[in-house]
Design a protein around this ligand. Structure first.
Ligand code: SF4
Ligand code: F3S
Length: 364
């Protein structure tokens, strides 16, 4: 059940301090040089600019000149003890314990802030867990990129736990083998009885009542880049609108979990976490264009994986000035199609309003 966790940033973490610790190790291995250059661009190989520092693979022999294939560390039992540590704890007044900032606050940066980071295994394109396992017990499925541990091969060496920078393989003491998120692969394969044989999203995605998670499958080129698939919603959000950014891309595993960054958090913190695409991503969704607004409606309208969307233009329904900028909203219809090319659902930008009858005691 710890495969999918939600931590409160900046203080929360499971295991505790996982990201601060690996960032610190990288900094020690390559002091002052963990930097980005360039800018987000249309370049598919370096869509967020160029990382000039060392990845966990390149820094491997800089601190650990032993047999380790990847720079990493094994968390202590204490660090695994408290999954919800610092839950809902905001950053307070700088340098003063237990005191929140009393001044009013405004974008682009709040002085008192926190945000939730939902985490699962990123099913990385270059999985450090796989690289590190001396038993070759970890494999990445070519058909869908899911990274799995073959538990009949695993002997509990825990090199994967040491190597995964996101700490998403976990050793289980009573079985003496490691385990990790399996990306609900029977659902992805369309084997869930509810799926009608069509690929279905993972449980953690479908359970999101905040309607902010989406999962899918994308087409790949032979060189590991995403093949152009303009109307796949994930391709659109990651490579066209560029509002969804990878988590700690500087680690070098090419993680396949992408996040739309929050907009009230200090930008330096966000850039460390999601790379240099943060400013552009926030700017784009703060003033979303017609297509982005329509695509964002696709989230959580169905449990089936969306392979393609189509937008049918509707009338203008709203016009306003937002922070000095003119914005318009159109009631476009967005249609989602599944792997078989059949329509899964259609929805509109303007959400329907349901008024409950004044019949029950708890009716509003
Ligand atoms: Fe492996 Fe960690 Fe990447 Fe998952 S997040 S594929 S466990 S390196
Ligand atoms: Fe390999 Fe990790 Fe098991 S390193 S042997 S998969 S504990």
């Amino acid at each position: 059940m710890w495969w999918a966790n939600v931590e409160t940033k900046p203080y929360g973490g499971y295991p505790q301090f996982w990201d601060a610790k690996i960032l610190d190790l990288l900094e020690k291995a390559n002091p002052g040089n963990q930097q980005w250059s360039g800018k987000p661009s249309a370049d598919k190989k370096n869509p967020y600019g160029q990382f000039d520092g060392k990845t966990i693979f390149e820094a491997q022999n800089m601190l650990t000149p032993d047999s380790a294939r990847v720079l990493g560390y094994l968390p202590t039992d204490e660090e695994w003890n408290s999954p919800n540590i610092f839950e809902d704890n905001p950053v307070g007044k700088k340098g003063v314990r237990n005191e929140l900032d009393k001044e009013g606050t405004a974008l682009p940066e709040h002085k008192t802030w926190f945000f939730y980071l939902a985490r699962i295994c990123n099913h990385c394109s270059y999985p450090a867990c796989l690289a590190a396992c001396p038993r070759k017990a970890i494999y990445k499925r070519p058909e869908d990129g899911i990274v799995l541990i073959d538990q009949s091969q695993c002997r509990g060496y825990r090199k994967c736990v040491e190597a995964c920078p996101y700490k998403k393989t976990m050793y289980r003491g009573n079985t003496r083998v490691s385990e990790k998120c399996v990306a609900c692969y029977p659902r992805i394969e369309g084997k869930d009885p509810e799926s009608g044989g069509q690929p279905m999203e993972t449980r953690c995605m479908t359970a999101c009542i905040g309607q902010i998670r989406m999962q899918g499958l994308v087409k790949m080129n032979n060189d590991g880049t995403w093949a152009e698939d303009r109307f796949n919603p994930l391709y659109y959000m990651v490579h066209v609108a560029k509002v969804a950014l990878p988590l700690y891309p500087q680690f070098g595993t090419a993680p396949n979990g992408y996040y739309i960054p929050p907009r009230w958090v200090p930008r330096d913190y966000l850039k460390q976490m999601f790379g240099p695409g943060v400013d552009d991503a926030i700017e784009r969704y703060t003033y979303p264009d017609r297509e982005l607004l329509a695509v964002l409606q696709l989230f959580r309208r169905s449990n089936r994986i969306i392979f393609r969307y189509e937008i049918k233009e509707g009338p203008k329904i709203y016009e306003a000035t937002l922070r000095g900028r003119k914005i318009s909203m159109y009631n476009d219809t967005v249609i989602a199609y599944g792997q078989d090319g059949k329509e899964i659902f259609r929805t509109q930008v303007e959400e329907p309003v349901h008024v409950r009858p004044n019949k029950h005691a708890n009716s509003i």
